[in-house]
Design a protein around this ligand. Structure first.
Ligand code: GLP
Length: 261
């Protein structure tokens, strides 16, 4: 796990976006796993800026979103489908048929989840999975206690996550659905490469547990220690409780040119 500490969320997001733009230029048919939430907003804004200013081409890119609330139609303003179109897809030249987001209104949930897994495989697997981090250490909607080999499935949210995500439901915890469809931890771990972004003081504990704690289902993100290609983008606040901060800064500063990407 490579820890990259930048002085602000803006700089961390821009650095991640530049790396992604470079990867797309090298492989214009990349398959992405994408997150929602407040964390990736600046990253998406920067990718949109690069698309508009340099013509970065998304026309052959395929995407699979991590999760969706059950019971919300794609048109619902707080659905992750709405979020993705509003904040990212409508501003780039991605093809609608290349976008995959779990359907929050599906009737047969288990068979939908199996199909989602099959579609990821049929696309050749996820080349780059981008992740945020829940304040309790969850990734996608894999709450603490999730099996570390879980696949796409239904999950019940914790009250902590419901409280965190109420900001997208007019601040009203009663409007947040209890159930979601989420890619599993095992699904995420099959991505060839992973970038996780976490900014702000309320992520500091989860970042420390993920990167320097024991691998445990109680902190689903800690399984990323077992993935061979993970980059973690932090700001000063989210990095503030890491024990080995000095080493991470030093290692990044010494990185050989051929390894910078
Ligand atoms: C939600 C999402 C996650 C996201 C997390 C953090 O639960 N399902 O994918 O990483 O919240 O959200 P935020 O970026 O708003 O802090």
């Amino acid at each position: 796990m490579e820890i990259i500490i930048q002085d602000s969320a803006t700089n961390g997001s821009q650095l991640a976006a530049q790396k992604i733009a470079k990867m797309i230029k090298q492989n214009p048919s990349m398959v992405f796993g994408l997150p929602t939430g407040s964390t990736p907003l600046k990253l998406y804004q920067e990718l949109i800026r690069i698309h508009k200013s340099t013509g970065l081409d998304f026309s052959n890119i395929k995407t699979f979103n991590l999760d969706e609330y059950l019971g919300l139609a794609p048109e619902h303003p707080a659905s992750y489908a709405s979020f993705m179109w509003k904040e990212f897809f409508s501003h780039i030249n991605i093809k609608k048929e290349n976008v995959h987001i779990p359907n929050g209104l599906v009737a047969d949930i288990p068979s939908f989840c199996q199909d989602y897994e099959r579609e990821i495989k049929a696309a050749g697997g996820i080349d780059l999975q981008i992740l945020g981090l829940g304040s309790d250490g969850h990734i996608a909607f894999n709450e603490p206690g999730s099996s570390l080999v879980s696949r796409t499935r239904i999950k019940t949210l914790t009250q902590n996550t419901i409280k965190d995500n109420a900001q997208f439901f007019d601040g009203d915890i009663n409007k947040v659905p209890y159930h979601v469809i989420t890619m599993g931890v095992g699904t995420i771990m099959e991505a060839k490469e992973i970038m996780l972004l976490a900014f702000g003081l309320n992520k500091a504990r989860a970042v420390r547990d993920m990167a320097e704690g024991a691998i445990s289902a109680m902190v689903p993100a800690s399984i990323l220690q077992m993935h061979e290609k993970v980059q973690v983008f932090l700001d000063e606040d989210s990095a503030s409780t890491l024990k080995r901060q000095d080493y991470y800064r030093w290692a990044y500063a010494q990185k050989p040119d051929w390894q910078k990407g």
